[in-house]
Design a protein around this ligand. Structure first.
Ligand SMILES: *Cc1c(COP(=O)(O)O)cnc(C)c1O
Length: 456
């Protein structure tokens, strides 16, 4: 059979409230053209993020009912711990309310002024936690990973030559090495098992602990199985175990590849570090057998981990992205290739050449997608990255619009609808104009800044 169907049936539904183009025009104007300002029930297809927005399975909801809310020693914790260790063989598993809480604990131990922490690409909360500690984060992804047109199969790979030079140059200032799988901030691109091993070997040679940010570990393992020589016949859980066997610890957002609406963890092998981490946890998150979570959340994650490594799910998951990219390609919409694991990135700067970067082509496209079709996407470009520490503004490296796909949430007809909206945008895109910012906060302006349209 040619069609890869959704490998699930629908048991419980949430209605989508329909709106007209005129209503959406009013709603987005009232939100000052910032999509974060919309009420989500005014959105038809919400592709703002894949974080915590996935659908839980009937087995997960059943597990929720089994949640034991004991303060200490809940059986729900032990089921969660066993499910994590089955895939990620670390000695200590410490639950947290989200990935960023795990990062905050890790960098309370490894960060600090004068320190340098390399990764392929740090995710923004990871970078935020590193910088808040006084340390700096550096991104050493391979050159192909920065080229939207390159179709390298593992564009998330660490540049091992640059990492080696970095470790030689910075010596004792480097407390640890990190690696993000898949490389979210770099387009959801995967890292090969060979590259994970190469990164681990360099870290070992220089005596540095090696941590994996494992948020999309299952999507990454699927790409390894599909694209890496010698891996095609192996099971996803075996590939996952091989990836994490190389590391000394990991941080995780369970809102991604654990099918959770909330949750995360920090895992470590070192006993002394784990004790320090747990002490920090007790102060900021909670007792070590619940972290920042309810027992029912821990149950949902334990069940979710057994579902996320299912090959039928992963085949369908990754096919969704390649399906969108194939169709956008046919419409002449420029996209970052090859398809990543969780999102599609549209190159708004090259699609809307009449809008200069400082008039935010990504924002113009995101607003048009909402107005024409009720789709909420996310600008990843000059709005997000253009503000410099000295208060001046520079075009970002690229002006992208991200369509992040929530897990198991939308059907193929929803996706076909999204493609139809793009077709409609394509027919009038030359008339789109840019935006100016009328008000912005000091930090992370994209969440709350106000825009006004520039009339031409
Ligand atoms: C989402 C994410 C995080 C942060 O996790 P939260 O659960 O949102 O705090 C860290 N790293 C990567 C790669 C992520 O995608």
């Amino acid at each position: 059979m040619k069609t890869i169907i959704e490998p699930f049936r629908i048991k419980s539904v949430e209605p989508i409230r329909m709106t007209t183009r005129e209503e959406r025009r009013e709603l987005i104007e009232k939100a000052h053209f910032n999509l974060f300002g919309l009420h989500s029930d005014d959105v038809l297809i919400d592709l703002l993020t894949d974080s915590g927005t996935g659908a839980m399975s009937s087995a997960q909801w059943a597990a929720v009912m089994r949640g034991d809310e004991s303060y200490a020693g809940s059986p729900s914790f032990y089921r969660f711990e066993a499910a994590v260790k089955d895939l990620m063989p670390f000695t200590h598993v410490i639950p947290t309310h989200q990935g960023r809480a795990a990062e905050a604990i890790l960098f309370s131990m490894f960060g600090g002024p004068g320190r340098h922490i390399p990764s392929n690409t740090h995710f923004d909360t990871t970078r935020g936690n590193i910088e808040a500690s006084g340390a700096r984060g550096d991104d050493l992804v391979i050159a192909e990973g920065r080229d939207p047109a390159s179709d390298h199969p593992f564009k998330g790979n660490m540049d091992l030559d640059r990492l080696e030079a970095y470790l030689e140059n910075h010596g004792d200032a480097v407390p640890c090495v990190m690696l993000t799988i898949t490389n979210n901030a770099g387009g959801g691109q995967p890292v090969s098992l060979d590259n994970i091993r190469g990164t681990a070997a360099l870290a070992r040679r220089f005596g540095k602990p090696f941590f994996i940010d494992g948020c999309r570990f299952a999507e990454n393992a699927w790409f390894i199985k599909q694209r890496e020589s010698g891996q095609g016949d192996r099971s996803i859980p075996d590939i996952v175990r091989d990836c994490f066997a190389e590391a000394d610890g990991m941080t995780m957002s369970a809102k991604k590849d654990a099918f959770g609406n909330i949750g995360g963890w920090l895992a470590l092998n070192d006993d002394a570090l784990a004790e320090r981490a747990r002490n920090h946890l007790i102060r900021t998150e909670g007792f070590p057998t619940y972290g920042g979570l309810a027992g029912r959340d821990l149950e949902a994650l334990a069940q979710g981990l057994s579902e996320i490594v299912d090959e039928d799910y992963l085949r369908y998951r990754v096919r969704t992205m390649s399906y969108i990219i194939e169709h956008l390609d046919r419409l002449g919409v420029p996209v970052v290739k090859p398809a990543g694991g969780h999102a599609v990135f549209v190159d708004a700067r090259s699609w809307l050449p009449q809008i200069p970067p400082l008039e935010y082509p990504g924002q113009a496209l995101a607003v048009a997608l909402y107005e024409l079709g009720g789709i909420r996407s996310c600008e990843i470009g000059t709005v997000m990255f253009g503000m410099q520490p000295d208060g001046t503004e520079q075009p970002a490296a690229m002006d992208l619009v991200r369509l992040a796909i929530p897990r198991r949430t939308y059907t193929q007809s929803h996706i076909d609808y999204v493609l139809e909206v793009f077709e409609e945008v394509a027919s009038m895109k030359d008339s789109l104009t840019g935006f100016g910012i009328t008000r912005q906060p000091e930090l992370m302006r994209h969440f709350t800044c106000c825009f006004e349209g520039i009339e031409k």
